[in-house]
Design a protein around this ligand. Structure first.
Ligand SMILES: Cc1cc2nc3c(=O)[nH]c(=O)nc-3n(C[C@H](O)[C@H](O)[C@H](O)COP(=O)(O)O)c2cc1C
Ligand code: SF4
Length: 608
């Protein structure tokens, strides 16, 4: 069967063989579908229909299901894309650093329109959601597995030159691809690493029940956003009946402005794997997964190397640290560009090779997760923290932070400040302290926890980062007084509409309506009526959506309307109803056809 008719490389026979080898490597397991598609695309550049037909047949899946999965993820392509597929990160902080102008400049230099493939097939250029490099932006992704940071006009010109001269990517200057950790303030998690194996040894010494007790006593709460008690989650998972239990690390980190897991994965992978192994001991799991966001594909090989080393060191695999029956291993699953897959049940669907549609809960993953079995899903930082609790004990951990928010929190600081980067503080730290440390001046607002989080204005900078005051999953975006907070909220509205998975109507339609109203305001056609409608949409979406994405989609709107209303009002054309439909603009076609552009041919002038 010839698999590819398009410009993918190699002969049809060799391509068939390559896909066949890939399928064999995954044991023709339909649950590996997303990984198989990702790897097939890495080999071929895109996913031609004959490839999908072949994969569907070999995995005994309906073709419609395979096509449905491909259609769900933004990083899969069923049409040829440029040999170099360039995606500019489009978070609001990238915008503030001029990403749109740089993209336009690159498009102009290469003679390609945004979102299209150049006629010679060499390059395509577009935007994507935040790439998790807010401290060293503007950034772009090339072919989904390489990143270029700190873009400026000069670098864009050099990139264009290399593309035109067909210089292979591996001959481009290495420093362009350098991603730095940028740790500005380290505390427990980012400080001196624990010796590999020490947390596992501490966990083994306590035993599963003792370990669970210690984690509970520490009052460690999940760092992924919701702040659920980790010890309780592990206990529920252990107690749930099932033929197997699973441990999953949520490294999807898609919340715009968040990049702290990227740094933990780079700097403390042993700590993460140690924490996951402890969770396995606690819940009785033999298999773990790291769900790594597609934008962090470049971390896959370094992480795999750490896993190999740990197997050699008897810190993973069978009889860990020589303990018969303590068997646990970890696999890495790479996502394919869908923010909603950070939601734990959507993540599990994706791990099972499906579209990342959030499940109806209950049952929660701790009861019925991966393959319907009890599964604990935790954030990268949560596992790292658990390893420290095992080593130092619950009392030590609970002595850091506040009674309801124990330990430290890692923040991704970006935006208008002198020293963006990673800052780790004990819980209870004032927002103002972080602003001082990062060199923020004349700050108007801070978006804590990303677009789903809270927008704080200057009179709130005395508030503290803690679950009982200002909770956060890690993003800390700073906006000085030169920024238009309406435009910040509009960028977030576009993000949520772009990332809505479309499963439920209130979110699919609601996020689109919010964008429409915001764009109407931005275009100068808004009225107070539009702001009232936005309030109504917020109420509706908060209560009626199927998962947290839709529920949080209006958070930035609500906060910015309440705290920065003048920013909205300056965009109002009138205080009363103003139609989005611009009749005068619509008449421009008629004017062109009749060759008229005098005052009388314009609506308003004609009325005078
Ligand atoms: C739309 C959406 C996106 C999410 N993205 C992430 C994410 O990128 N990383 C994460 O750890 N949790 C994310 N969460 C929260 C997870 O559903 C889950 O609560 C978390 O992984 C649990 O880990 P924890 O208990 O250690 O916090 C997201 C939730 C929603 C609704
Ligand atoms: S709320 Fe949005 S993201 Fe969540 S299931 Fe509904 S459509 Fe999908």
């Amino acid at each position: 069967m010839a698999l590819v008719n398009g410009p993918a490389t190699g002969s049809p026979a060799s391509r068939t063989e390559a896909i066949d080898t890939l399928l064999s490597r995954y044991g023709r397991d339909p649950h590996a579908l997303v990984q198989i598609l990702r790897e097939a695309q890495e080999q071929l550049g895109w996913l031609p229909r004959p490839v999908l037909v072949f994969i569907a047949r070999e995995l005994a899946l309906p073709l419609a299901q395979v096509e449905g999965v491909v259609g769900f993820y933004r990083f899969f392509h069923t049409r040829p894309v440029g040999a170099l597929r360039i995606l500019f990160s489009d978070n609001v902080t990238d915008r503030m650093l001029g990403n749109a102008e740089l993209l336009a400049d690159l498009c102009r230099r290469l003679g390609v329109r945004r979102g299209q493939v150049r006629a010679d097939g060499r390059v395509s250029i577009d935007f994507c959601s935040c790439t998790g490099l807010g401290d060293q932006g503007p950034a772009l992704l090339i072919n989904h597995h390489q990143v270029i940071t700190r873009l400026d006009a000069e670098r864009v010109a050099q990139i264009a030159e290399r593309i035109e001269a067909q210089v292979p990517l591996d001959e481009w200057p290495a420093q362009w691809f350098r991603v730095v950790d940028n740790v500005q303030r380290a505390d427990v998690l980012l400080g001196t690493p624990l010796p590999p194996g020490s947390a596992i040894a501490a966990g083994l010494a306590r035993g599963a029940a003792g370990l669970l007790d210690e984690i509970k006593q520490s009052n460690l709460r999940g760092r992924g956003g919701a702040g659920y008690q980790t010890g309780r989650k592990w206990e529920l998972c252990r107690a749930a009946p099932g033929s197997a239990h699973y441990v999953v690390c949520n490294a999807d980190e898609g919340e715009p402005g968040t990049f702290k897991d990227r740094v933990l994965l780079t700097r403390q992978p042993d700590l993460l794997f140690e924490g996951m192994t402890l969770a396995a001991l606690g819940v009785g799991a033999r298999q773990g997964f790291v769900y790594l966001r597609g934008e962090y594909r470049y971390l896959l090989e370094p992480l795999r190397e750490v896993l190999y080393r740990r197997r050699e060191q008897k810190l993973l695999g069978s009889a860990i640290q020589g303990v018969e029956g303590f068997d646990f291993d970890i696999d890495i699953h790479v996502g394919a560009g869908a923010y909603v897959c950070g939601e734990e049940s959507a993540l599990i669907e994706s791990l099972e090779g499906k579209r990342g549609t959030p499940r109806i809960r209950p049952p929660f993953p701790v009861e019925q997760g991966y393959l319907g079995q009890p599964t604990t899903v935790n954030n990268v930082e949560t596992y790292c923290a658990a390893a420290h609790v095992a080593v130092h004990g619950a009392a030590w951990w609970a002595g850091i932070g506040t009674p309801k928010s124990t330990g430290t929190k890692v923040h991704s600081v970006s935006g208008d400040c002198e020293r963006p980067g990673i800052y780790e503080y004990p819980f209870g730290t004032r927002v103002g302290r972080i602003l001082e440390d990062c060199g923020a001046r004349d700050t108007q607002a801070v978006q804590v926890g990303g677009p789903s989080g809270l927008c704080l204005s200057a009179f709130e900078f005395g508030r503290r980062i803690a679950f009982e005051d200002v909770p956060t999953a890690g993003a800390f975006m700073v906006f000085d007084r030169s920024r238009d907070m309406f435009e910040v909220a509009r960028n977030f509205a576009h993000f949520f509409a772009h990332e809505s998975c479309g499963f439920c109507t209130p979110c699919r339609v609601g996020t689109a309506l919010v964008v429409k109203r915001m764009d109407k305001l931005a275009a100068g056609h808004g009225s107070r009526h539009d702001i009232d409608v936005l309030f109504e949409l917020d109420k509706l979406m908060h209560t009626a959506t199927h998962c947290g994405l839709g529920g949080a989609a209006c958070n930035p709107l609500r906060d910015t309307i309440a705290k920065f209303r003048p920013a909205y009002e300056q965009h109002l054309k009138s205080l009363y109803f103003e139609p989005a439909f611009d009749l005068d603009a619509e008449l421009s076609v008629a004017r062109r056809m009749t060759g008229r552009d005098d005052a009388a041919s314009h609506l308003e002038d004609a009325h005078e």
